[in-house]
Design a protein around this ligand. Sequence first.
Ligand code: S3P
Length: 451
Amino acid sequence: MSGEGPAKPMHALKSGPLSGTALVPGDKSISHRALIFGAMSRGLTRVTGLLEGQDVLDTAKAMRAFGAGVTRHGQGDWSVEGVGVGGFTEPDDVIDCGNSGTGVRLIMGTMATTAMTATFTGDASLRKRPMGRVTDPLSLFGTRAYGRQGGRLPMTVVGAGQARGIRYALPVASAQVKSAILLAGLNAAGETVVIEREPTRDHSERMLLGFGATLHVEKTAEGHVITLQGRPELRARSVAVPRDPSSAAFPTCAALIVEGSDILVPGVSQNLTRNGLYITLAEMGANIDFLNPREEGGEPVADLRVRFSGAMRGIEVPAERAPSMIDEYPILAVVAAFSEGKTVMRGIRELRVKESDRIDAMARGLEACGVRVEEEEDMLSVHGMGAGGMPGGAVARTHLDHRIAMSFLVAGLASRAPIGVDDAAPIATSFPIFETLMTGLGAELRQGRPD
Ligand code: S3P
């Protein structure tokens, strides 16, 4: 079952200047989708630059369980022999999505409108997360779901055989929910319409168009109205996965806070639905040059030259920016602690239902490191201590959350005393080369807890 191996404590020591080039792995969101859309197409989809993190490997395994042929040819080089829309076969065992909310929610959408039953589970973190946000709209297609209390995994989903398209306004800004509905809409007759008040990452829409679906996005007073025509024939294609801006955030922010650093982070997405952190850092006075803007794998990208920025200032991060940087608040909270003045992050309630309650995990960890914070249901504020000002000298609890682990390890590269994390193992879900990449830049990371 869900592979929860032994915890892997790790710590970070105050480091000398970081230098060199940080080649971060492929985008996690796009990697999941490349495998899923490949599986729903006819023909052979070739994927290059696929993130080989555990989350994506679990999705690859799930696509095999539903009948697609998924083959690894080399590092990041994969192919998917698709079965076509509605062509899935019923899996003969439980689908284990490990730590991945994106994996389980998108895959539930994918099988929700085929006449079959599948049971899903995941690790201790995923089993705490709400699935009702996906199964409620899927029930409008006729899909039934039986989970634990509060709509938690393990959960059995009974797909609807003869579904018709639905119209659904998203109550929360969530690309996972939007994508699950669009994926279900593929095998439903007629149109499926999803309305999102605040735009969230648009990789599913871009990929649906790329695989040959008919989809329109209209900007109205209600928000983005996305209309998908059901029962298309999706055609296999090649997908070059761009690098992950959410992973790039870690070396970028490390260079901003470690004195004397000067690094290059190539191919960082400038997709407006993903680049909120980079806009925020610029407003705080971060020294980042956006070089060589171009397109890679269908995404606008730039190479980032990032230099130590000793005089960053705290800001009020606009609440409406949250969807475009939803995974970056933990590392932003670290940068805020090394800035002057207070940083206020509002409209971030969604952080409470990520791999961990990220508001709580960051607040407790930063407090343990000697930083003053304030926390509300929907808000976190951090009182900056300036460059080099964070005392550190604590071990943060990570609650099986890769981004909490990476955030505190980055903090420890610039704090006065070392910072540890109780478990760095979950980093492998999204950024398996984190330790090698960071130490290659000069970061002092060590196994075990600090002395
Ligand atoms: C993702 C959407 C976001 C994000 C997650 C990846 C996706 O979740 O936090 O890491 O690939 O669609 P929500 O849709 O729940 O905000």
